[in-house]
Structures are given as C-alpha cells and as structure tokens.
Design a protein around this ligand. Structure first.
Ligand code: SF4
Length: 81
C-alpha cells in the first residue's frame, strides 16, 4: 500500500513539475536585442545555464532552456518574451 501511495505521489510531483516548467513543445524564448542592455541578470538567475551574454546581448540556448521563465521575471527591461 505504501509503495502505491509513494508511486502516486511521485507521478503527481512529476506532473506538477512539468506544469510549472511551461510548455514542452518547440516554443522558444526570444530576446529583444534592442531592449536588452546586457546586464546579465537573466544569465545569473537561469538554473540551467541556458543564457550567455554575447557582444552585450543575452543569447538563449534553446537546447538547455526548460521554460522556467525565471529570466522573463528577472529582466529589468522586459527584453525576454
Ligand atoms: Fe538583457 Fe534582460 Fe538579460 Fe539584462 S536580464 S541581459 S536586459 S535580457
């Protein structure tokens, strides 16, 4: 019985994590280069190291991005969408 409950909790947790991380399709977060000031706050807040500042602009690696949206929330310029 306990094994069943633990399994059920595990599956529920997995579903909740996927729901919180956003869509798992080909959607890609983009950076408005005109708005980006290269402050690097998005790079610092990204838990997946998916963002790098290159030539003064944030660049998102879609292969590493998990759509947690922390960068979107952190960006002072609203440059990530
Ligand atoms: Fe650019 Fe916003 Fe990232 Fe700062 S937080 S580097 S303004 S995208």
């Amino acid at each position: 019985m306990m094994r069943y409950v633990r399994g059920l909790l595990g599956v529920s947790l997995l579903i909740l994590m996927v729901a919180c991380e956003g869509p798992a399709d080909n959607t890609q977060l983009l950076v408005d280069d005109d708005a980006c000031i290269g402050c690097g706050e998005c790079e610092e807040v990204c838990p997946y190291n998916a963002i790098e500042i290159i030539d003064g602009d944030a660049v998102i690696d879609p292969s590493l991005c998990h759509f947690c949206y922390r960068c979107v929330e952190q960006c002072p310029e609203g440059a990530i969408y």
